[in-house]
Ligand binder design. Structure first.
Ligand SMILES: Cc1ncc(COP(=O)(O)O)c(C=O)c1O
Length: 402
């Protein structure tokens, strides 16, 4: 075969994949301190429970675990998920839940269900690069809405929706990461949550709410999810993309989608042609985490652990990034990321190569824009390196930048 490209599906011909993943794959020098990945710290993994589960369940359920299992998910896990959502006063039944192989599969299924080439999708600017990558497979047009300190610029969103209506074309959905957003660390404020629901009700738009970091709050009080607020208004407008990657551990690859039964049914059909079922072993492990662990204590412990790292990281940035340099950064209330804005003339894509010489890595912000990328930002992750390496990473970054 001489030319493969002409044989690829139109949707895939120019599909470039997940740029962050490619950059991370380039980093195989152990001396480089990576602030690039979104890796939770292994110090927070429920290791004891994992080992106990493996010891007890594997011999007992070996044959069932090795068998195919139900496409929508294990009934025990679905029941545990329903109880987990009830902690947040969200009420759903089994028909509203589809177990997925983590958040990324949830995003892929949503993209496949809703998007045709050329369809419009509203996303935050910046937004989660992995969601762009999942949705891009269907070749949509992204309509980016700038983020303010408390989330989406609602005036600009309204303007965009009015313009779309005038053009006779409604976006298929609004995609938001409302809590300690990846990549910016920004949280959608309470007033804006209500305003977003009202606006989406006015324009009759679904909302895809992706919130992997909700339990990792270090300051301030919890805000209700969009799903819950919508439910309180009697709506069925929100599809929740959930993952247990940041709550328990990403290696398990378990998450779920929550939404109206009709939509969940369709997503289940797509999953059937996709991965068929999520590994039973991983689902059972997740059920046992959800039902056997003291979740409040566990989440509190994780938050305390990450808060210390975030505080240390922010203090180091205050100390080593010179005042008056024009470099600014977010101070998130939770999650795993800090978003840095450099003066407009700095290109962080180019800086990335230089940073590798300084033995430190970050994610250049350009990957986080659906259209018209900005080149002067970087996403920094503070959850993975230990305290000493975090400090050292900030010093190296400072030497590279200034
Ligand atoms: C906002 C957001 N959504 C979804 C995911 C997907 O994670 P996973 O596939 O591990 O559930 C991530 C991972 O970093 C994320 O930050």
């Amino acid at each position: 075969m001489e030319d493969w490209t002409t044989r690829y599906a139109a949707n895939m011909r120019n599909f470039a994949g997940y740029s962050i993943g490619k950059q991370l794959a380039m980093i195989n020098d152990p001396d480089i301190i990576s602030l690039a990945g979104g890796l939770p710290s292994p110090d927070t993994f429920p290791r004891t429970e994992f080992l106990r589960f493996s010891r007890e369940r594997l011999p007992r359920d070996c044959e069932k675990i090795m068998q195919y299992s139900a496409i929508p998910g294990e009934p025990d896990l679905i029941a545990a998920v329903i109880a987990y959502l009830r902690r947040e006063e969200v009420r759903v039944g089994p028909e509203n839940v589809l177990i997925t192989s983590s958040g990324q599969q949830g995003l892929d299924l949503v993209g496949r269900l809703f998007l045709d080439p050329g369809d419009r999708v509203v996303v935050e600017r910046p937004t989660f690069a992995g969601a762009l990558s999942a949705f891009r497979m269907q070749r949509p047009v992204f309509l980016g809405i700038d983020l303010e300190a408390d989330g989406l610029d609602m005036d600009s969103l309204e303007e965009v929706l009015v313009r779309c209506r005038a053009e006779g074309s409604s976006p298929k959905f609004v995609y938001v990461v409302p809590d300690f957003q990846n990549p910016s660390g920004i949280t959608l404020g309470m007033e804006k949550r209500q305003a977003l629901l009202d606006l989406c009700s006015r324009f009759d738009l679904p909302i895809v709410e992706d919130s992997p970091y909700r339990t990792l709050r270090y300051r301030g009080s919890d805000l209700p999810s969009l799903f819950r607020l919508d439910q309180e208004k009697g709506g069925q407008r929100v599809i929740g993309v959930h993952t247990f990657s940041k709550i328990f551990c990403p290696g398990m690859r378990v998450g779920f989608l929550a939404g109206p039964a009709e939509v969940i049914g369709r997503l289940t059909n797509i999953k059937e042609g996709n991965t068929l079922n999520t590994p039973k072993y991983n689902q059972d492990m997740c059920s046992s985490f959800l039902t056997e662990m003291d979740l409040d204590t566990y989440f509190k412990g994780c938050s305390l652990y990450y808060k210390q790292k975030l505080d240390l990281f922010l203090e180091a940035m205050e100390k080593y990034f010179p005042k008056g340099s024009g470099v600014t950064w977010t101070r998130p209330d939770g999650g795993l990321f800090v978003w840095v804005t450099c003066p407009a003339e700095v290109n962080t894509g180019k800086l990335f190569q230089k940073a590798l010489d300084f033995k430190v890595a970050f994610v250049p912000g350009e990957a986080c824009y659906g259209q018209s990328p900005e080149y002067n930002h970087m996403r920094l992750n503070f959850s993975y390196p230990d305290g000493d390496r975090l400090l050292e990473a900030v010093k190296r970054l400072s030497s590279c930048l200034f």
